[in-house]
Design a protein around this ligand. Structure first.
Ligand SMILES: CC(C)(COP(=O)(O)OP(=O)(O)OC[C@H]1O[C@@H](n2cnc3c(N)ncnc32)[C@H](O)[C@@H]1OP(=O)(O)O)[C@@H](O)C(=O)NCCC(=O)NCCS
Length: 175
């Protein structure tokens, strides 16, 4: 059965909170002390925060569904990354996660392309992504779509500060 992708609505706030938590913990949970992980999840993935994102016209979230459950998600919106060259109107891929059991089947690429198509539905835009410096798999993935490293920043997870790479794809990179 091929997982399907659908745009999430405000009614999905709780399921988005649960899936964002599950995928983050599965992907990166081992890297943090329990209290740091808990503090990050309670803040970033709070149900009311997901509802705010889902209700906002400048943001969009997609759910990857299989076997009657959510197995991945992507989120996009205005660029909020701390880089001097970010301009109003630039877009950002904010989240891209697929549960391990469903990885390497091209579903991440489908989710990614859905988000990029939405970001560029009114024409090419400069696009940005923040990615953990020690995540070479995701960096390879994004490089295939023309994203290159243009900076770094620190991403807080509880008391921890992770080094993140800032990736950018100029509007004209792919025509
Ligand atoms: C990145 C991710 C969404 C890709 O989804 P996917 O369905 O596996 O992707 P596809 O099958 O379309 O493409 C496979 C590519 O994903 C990347 N990838 C595979 N496993 C990965 C992993 N565990 N972590 C990060 N990237 C991975 C690789 O580039 C891989 O291709 P390659 O090994 O041949 O170079 C998925 O691997 C994932 O959720 N990883 C963990 C969370 C994560 O790192 N998210 C990105 C945060 S910025």
């Amino acid at each position: 059965m091929i997982p399907t992708i659908r745009r999430a609505t405000v009614a999905d706030a709780a399921v988005l909170s649960a899936t964002a938590t599950a995928t983050f913990v599965e992907s990166f949970g081992r890297l943090y002390e329990r209290e740091d992980l808990q503090a990050f999840i309670e803040d970033a993935y709070a149900v009311d925060k997901q509802a705010t994102i889902l209700a906002h016209p400048d943001y969009a979230v997609w759910l990857l569904e299989a076997e009657g459950r959510v197995v991945g998600h992507a989120a996009a919106g205005p660029c909020g990354l701390p880089h001097a060259d970010v301009k109003p109107g630039d877009g950002e891929l904010k989240r891209l996660y697929v549960l391990r059991d469903f990885q390497n089947g091209g579903h991440g690429a489908r989710l990614f392309e859905t988000a990029i198509d939405w970001l560029e539905e009114n024409g090419p835009r400069t696009l940005w992504i923040g990615v953990w410096s020690e995540n070479p798999g995701a960096q390879r993935f994004y490089a295939r779509y023309g994203f290159g490293k243009v900076g770094t920043y620190e991403f807080p997870v509880g008391r921890v500060r992770d080094l993140e790479f800032i990736l950018r794809r100029p509007a004209a990179a792919i025509d």
